[in-house]
Ligand binder design. Structure first.
Ligand code: GLP
Length: 242
């Protein structure tokens, strides 16, 4: 499904759907598993979730979250780490138990990374899989940090970042050379295993990649195009896809 609306309206609608899913699970004493993204795109959604917690008493006590990715080499307290981002925009403002939050650890020695990634996958499965996965999209069609060339079968792993990705992140890091070269990301298979996927893409600079992802060939050159093979994806845009 493709929905075109303003960013704020998308944030409200998705926020409400997440709140509803949390409440439905709570009523049957179950938990909801959310897959979360970083970047500027989901910020209005996180603001809406914080608002729902504060003003509509939505509790996140029965929610588990798995973040898509994290830069290698950044400490949790580094302002550009995704760990810091998630606390700043969401986790510090809601009542989610700390133990329910999973974000790939970017500071592990490389020799431990493979086992760690396998553990990340197992934890998702143990909790019953991701119910709702939130995604943004990179200008080169990456999702999470699944850069062009990422296979449909890829799982959580260490990846090298594309030049365009590092260039896009350069202003936040005050220089290209300060942008980490590697990251840990959930794989395409991990993402495609989510029961429901919501991809958010706002602004003209996302139009080309989003259009290709939805209407173009399915190819590992544009990893977001694999989403065409998923049976429950909502594409939320503020532009027309034609
Ligand atoms: C990074 C993240 C992606 C995100 C993308 C777009 O590459 N790893 O998950 O979708 O940035 O970010 P923004 O929403 O700021 O455009």
């Amino acid at each position: 499904m493709i929905l075109e609306d303003t960013i704020d309206n998308h944030a409200k609608l998705i926020g409400w759907q997440i709140a509803d899913a949390i409440e439905t699970k709570r009523q049957s004493n179950e938990h909801l598993v959310l897959g979360l993204a970083t970047g500027s795109t989901p910020i209005p959604l996180y603001q809406e979730l914080v608002r729902l917690h504060r003003e509509a008493n939505i509790s996140f006590e029965n929610v588990y979250t798995f973040n898509l990715d994290e830069y290698c080499g950044l400490e949790k307290k580094h302002p550009e780490s995704y760990n810091y981002f998630m606390r700043q925009h969401l986790f510090d403002h809601i009542d989610i138990p700390q133990d329910n939050i999973f974000i790939p650890r970017g500071t592990l020695e490389q020799v431990f990374v493979n086992d760690y990634c396998v553990g990340y996958e197992m934890k998702i499965q143990e909790l019953g899989g991701i119910d709702i996965q939130i995604l943004g999209i990179g200008r080169n069609g990456h999702i999470g940090f699944n850069e062009p060339g990422s296979s449909r079968a890829s799982i959580t792993r260490r990846v090298e970042l594309a030049h365009t990705t590092r260039r896009d992140a350069a202003p936040a890091f005050e220089g290209f050379d300060n942008v980490p070269s590697f990251a840990i990301t959930m794989g395409m298979k991990t993402i495609m295993s989510a029961k429901r996927i919501i991809l958010m893409a706002f602004g003209e600079n996302k139009k080309q990649a989003t259009k290709q992802a939805i209407l173009g060939d399915i190819t590992d050159e544009l990893p977001a195009s694999f989403l065409q093979q998923h049976s429950n994806v909502t594409y939320c845009t503020d532009f027309n896809i034609e």
